[in-house]
Structure formats: structure tokens, C-alpha cells
Design a protein around this ligand. Sequence first.
Ligand code: ATP
Length: 285
Amino acid sequence: MKAALTLEALSVGNPGGPAILSALSFEVRPGEVVALLGANGCGKTTLLRSIAGLVPALSGGVRLLGQAAPRGAVARAEAGLALAFQNPDDQLFGATVGEDVATGPLHQGLAPGEVRARVDEALAATGLTHLAGRSIEALSFGEKKRACLAGVLAMHPAVLLLDEPTAGLDPVGERETAGLLRRLAREREVALLVSTHATDEVPFFADRVAILGEGRLLAFGSPADVFRDAALLARARLRAPAVAELWAHLAPFLPGLGAAPPLTVAEAASRLLPLLVPSHQEVHP
Ligand SMILES: Nc1ncnc2c1ncn2[C@@H]1O[C@H](COP(=O)(O)OP(=O)(O)OP(=O)(O)O)[C@@H](O)[C@H]1O
């Protein structure tokens, strides 16, 4: 399958400054979610802004849907790419939530009925329908983050870049957003590149993980591969999901657990129950 987004030896930094990340090469396929992980200040936002065309690359290239990406943010948006900003105040300009979410579809030149349908759909997906008429200034931080997500969803992009979409969300909202990202990828074939510090959610939404650190791409692989590499995580100032850390503490004393830790509570439960309750499999086949 042709990649939706391809980075070719891309080096990025702030205008006039040195490279923050050098020679990054990886791709995101249609229907795939790639999580972008790395410590504070490693360059996740800089990378996403550069891919979106807001900051020129220092060297290397970006391909969108198989073509060299056009220059500049507007041309890249027209080519099917959207970025939801880390700081909602950088993105939200409409008077009300509904007006703000309509901005993208209106710029796309859609008919009024289609714009309304896109807005309704995006607000429902992000749990904001009841706030459609509320002024942007009156929103809580978490509501603003959801409004940012709704705004990019309404544009129906082929490639969606999300900068910490779950930051500031309540725990249920965090899990709901993880599910929404999964569905977007599966049902609409969107390619998603998502920067996040929500380590415990990554196994729920990401197919592959890009680990950034030391000014470069340290690793690119499945959540199982990267989260089971303790040396890699230490180098990148990251940790595995909490349930995998618990497993690592227990495994030396309970050989039956096996070495490869689970990444979700559900996976841990299904592996622990037969050990702790031998009759479990007969009772609950
Ligand atoms: N306008 C700017 N001018 C100079 N340096 C900047 C500018 N914006 C960001 N930086 C620096 O660039 C580096 C990368 O910042 P960036 O925001 O991309 O990191 P990040 O990985 O997204 O961090 P976080 O996890 O804290 O959001 C940081 O050291 C930051 O201080």
C-alpha cells in the first residue's frame, strides 16, 4: 500500500536556529496511527509544524499521498493534510464552537448543507454537540482541546497530525479520544501522526511508535517492540505503560508470567487469571 505521509531524511529546527531533529525517515500508511514519543523539548511540535508547512524544513523532504508535498501550510492543507495544534489558543478563532469547527469546511468551498453535516458529525465525535453555541472564550481547557480536534476532523483530511490531543482531557475523555483515533484510521483510512505523553493510551490507539531523542529518530516499531526495550526507553526519557512496569517487577518472582509484558490491563488480566484462578478457563471459557 502506498504511504500517505513519507518523511525523507527530514531535518527540522526553528528559523535561524540549529537542527533540532536530523535525517528523520519513516512513513505513515493510510488507516494507520503512528504515535510520536519523546521527552519534553525533543522536537515533536517542531516536527509536526514543519510537516504541516508552517516552518520550512532545513533539509530533506515530505511526500503526501505519493507526491512531493507542496510548499507552505495552505497548499499542504489543500492537498489533504491537517494539524491540530498543541495549544488550543493558537488554533481557535471562531466566536462559537460551531462557527470555529465550520471554518475549515467553509474554506474548502463546501455547500452550506455539507458544512452543517460536517460540523454536526465532528461535534458528535468529540462529545461537543451540547457546546455548539458556546463562545470559545468560555470553554474549559479540555473543551478547547476537543474543539481543536473537531475542527480538523470536519475537514476530512487524508493525513492528520495531532499535537498532544489528549493533554488536559479527563481520564474518560482520554480513553474516548484514543478510541476515536483508532476508528478514524480504521473506518476512514486516515493516516494519523500523533504526538503524546499519554503512555498508557498508546497501545490502545497506535499501530507503530516513533521514538525521538538525541536529535534523531531512535526507534520506529510496534508498541510491543519499543515498550519492551528498557535501554531505549531510558535513553529517550520514556517509560512503558504502568501495567508493563508492574509485570517487570513481578516476573522475576513468578516465572509463569513469561518475559514479554502485557501493555494493557485487559491483556494482563487475561494472562493472569488462569495463573491465579486455575479453574478460570473452565468457568469462563
Ligand atoms: N520559537 C522558538 N525559538 C527557539 N527555540 C524554540 C522555539 N520554539 C521551540 N524552541 C525550542 O525547540 C526545542 C523543541 O521544542 P518542541 O516544542 O518541538 O518540543 P516538544 O518535543 O514538542 O516538547 P513538549 O513535549 O514539551 O511539548 C525546545 O528546546 C524548545 O525550547
